[in-house]
Design a protein around this ligand. Structure first.
Ligand code: ADP
Ligand code: MG
Length: 375
């Protein structure tokens, strides 16, 4: 057990694009529960925090002690202190993360994703079925820009090893990239339903990398709300849910990372409560070859990293799985189609940053002195 005393400012830096820290943290296998003390001398906002390394990224979940009323009865009945209660919930969240990690890590032979990709037609966990069903719906919504069957080619991509399939191999795989190759079906017997996923095209592989963290963040948030904890900051890699508020009248300030600058350098900030914020950018996982920047957001049309004038897209909305999916999809769609799509969705917002560090943002956002907020 560690005791860390992290100043709030440093804390925000950690939140922003923590993916760049993941290389350093790859060696962290076990999860540390950090018992917090009041973190900021000025505001004295105290919380309990769980940190760990899952889903190939650094995670942090903070529970703020600012609304005892909502869980008071639960802890009284259980004869627990707040701290005991929060620690118990964080332990549960740690287990949830470990379970999801094992279920969806495509490299783990025990995972559902590995089974789907190798067996081609297999029974899966109900949640695996659900997230794939959602992913297929999202492919329709984004006219194919979002497509988990890009796993067919992203499997050959590794930024740290500077690997990508050659063009010949990719062109041979283009027909296998289509969400239409995913068949979902169920089988019910004696009141028990079994869920199946089948891949119809021979070389198709799926990869939940652009939606899983959002989905899991939503599950953590629902679990906390059901436990009477309404004020929490969940960060799974770049996937953030800022639930409730840190303290009465203190909104969350979430940084928007300046592309290619060291982690924690903000180009702008966002002032929000009760929203998820997710960024997809090309500066996160990339390498250069033949004068091209090869990054991890792929076009379903070319099977290659998307080539446009964008550095990143940040999406703000209520559901983190939708934000996660949209941040990737909007990047693929480009500014014009992406802004049209986001403006058609109720209470979803976005900020594009192009290669000249210019912003383009959706109708309902406003920007004042470098701070974005929802109108
Ligand atoms: P990160 O997971 O780093 O936060 P994203 O959410 O943008 O970033 O997801 C990128 C990952 O999603 C890639 O590593 C790849 O596995 C997968 N992916 C890449 N392009 C697409 C796409 N167009 N649709 C669906 N998944 C994609
Ligand atoms: Mg995404």
């Amino acid at each position: 057990m560690n005791n860390l005393n992290i100043n709030e400012k440093v804390d925000f830096k950690n939140l922003i694009n923590i993916k760049t820290m993941t290389v350093l943290l790859m060696i962290v296998i076990s999860v540390i529960i950090i018992i917090a003390v009041p973190k900021d001398i000025n505001t004295k906002i105290s919380y309990e925090e769980l940190t760990g390394f899952y889903f190939d990224t650094y995670i942090s979940v903070k529970l703020y002690y600012n609304d005892k009323d909502s869980y008071n009865k639960i802890i009284k009945d259980a004869n627990q202190t707040d701290k005991e209660y929060f620690t118990e919930k964080l332990n549960d969240i740690n287990k949830m993360c470990a379970n999801y990690h094992n279920l969806w890590d495509k490299n783990n032979p025990e995972s559902d994703i590995y089974k789907i990709n190798t067996l081609r037609n297999t029974a899966v966990d109900e949640e695996t079925y659900k997230i794939i069903e959602k992913s297929v719906e999202y492919s329709s919504l984004t006219k194919g820009a979002f497509d988990i069957t890009l796993g067919t080619v992203t499997t050959g991509f590794n930024a740290s090893e500077k690997k990508i399939y050659n063009e010949e191999k990719i062109s041979g795989l283009l027909d296998d990239i289509s969400y239409k190759s995913i068949k979902l079906y169920t089988f019910s017997e004696s009141g028990k339903t079994t869920y199946y996923v089948e891949l119809l095209s021979e070389e198709t592989l799926i990869d939940l990398g652009s939606i899983a963290k959002g989905y899991i963040a939503d599950e953590i948030s629902s679990y906390l709300k059901a436990s009477g904890i309404n004020n929490a900051l969940i960060s799974l890699g770049g996937n953030i849910i800022a639930a409730g508020s840190k303290s009465q009248n203190v909104p969350y300030i979430i940084g928007v990372q300046k592309p290619f600058d060291p982690a924690g350098s903000n180009i702008a900030t966002l002032k929000i409560n009760d929203y998820s914020v997710v960024t997809s950018g090309i500066y996160e996982r990339y390498f250069e070859a033949d004068g091209k920047l090869l990054h991890h957001i792929f076009s379903p049309k070319t099977g290659m990293p998307v080539e446009n004038n964008l550095y990143s897209v940040t999406v703000i909305g209520k559901d983190s799985d939708m934000c996660d999916m949209l941040s990737t999809a909007l990047f693929v769609m480009g500014i014009s189609d992406g802004i049209k799509l986001i403006n058609s969705l109720e209470d979803y917002h976005c900020i594009y940053i192009d290669n000249e560090f210019k912003y383009t943002y959706s109708n309902e956002l406003e920007l004042e002195n470098g701070v974005f907020s929802i109108k």
